[in-house]
Design a protein around this ligand. Sequence first.
Ligand code: APR
Length: 233
Amino acid sequence: MSDSIRNIVILTGAGISAESGIDTFRDGGGLWEQHRVEDVATPEGFARDPALVQRFYDARREAVQKVEPNAAHRALAELDAEWEGDLLIVTQNVDDLHERAGAKRVLHMHGELLSALCASCGQRHKWSEPLVGSPACPDCGAEALRPDVVWFGEMPYEMDRIYEELRRADLFVSIGTSGAVYPAAGFVRDAREFGAHTLELNLQRSEGSYWFDETRKGRASELVPEWVAEVLG
Ligand code: APR
């Protein structure tokens, strides 16, 4: 890999966790075939039927605690540990598999399943239990805890920091995402505009493939370790 590469931004999506046994959203049989987005992933859906939404995320929170990181997560954790330049893993995923594989430089732009957000005081709490039944907020006592997940129509977390890192990136790599959801789907063009080389690792071409300098098709558990071995040389 070119010696001029120092700052790397990696965007990951549901495809990187698929081989750990977590459903993706838009593949055959995926979450959005099983549930209506409007019902379970919007503030309006939560207002309409909070119990339905809580049960949806309670089931996902329970499921994620039963699966393990795969070779793709482990390879990125190795890169994170070895890479002396700047590196940021911006994940759209709400699972904790990057961290459980050992990665440290991780940013969850869509929130986390193992966290609860108090809609009353705004505090976020590490959370592994169900939220249906409205447990009280440990800080303010209000029965206002909701999944700490960014729903459609809500602003993702830490966007200023993400754009700052994209502006400084020499290399932008996208792994296991369909490129269907903005603002993440636009990061490749932002990174390109700032002069980064762009690489996509995905089972199939994504909606944004056109904007990548290079696309490698295949399973993340094979493509990512291969790519990390190239980078670390
Ligand atoms: N290895 C590599 N890529 C894979 C694998 C695999 N084993 N399995 C699936 N993929 C690819 C699919 O080809 C698809 O392009 O991963 C992508 C998954 O796409 P989506 O299901 O749309 O998930 P994602 O892109 O992460 O969704 C973005 O949408 O629903 C919202 O907030 C949610 O963060 C999510 C966002």
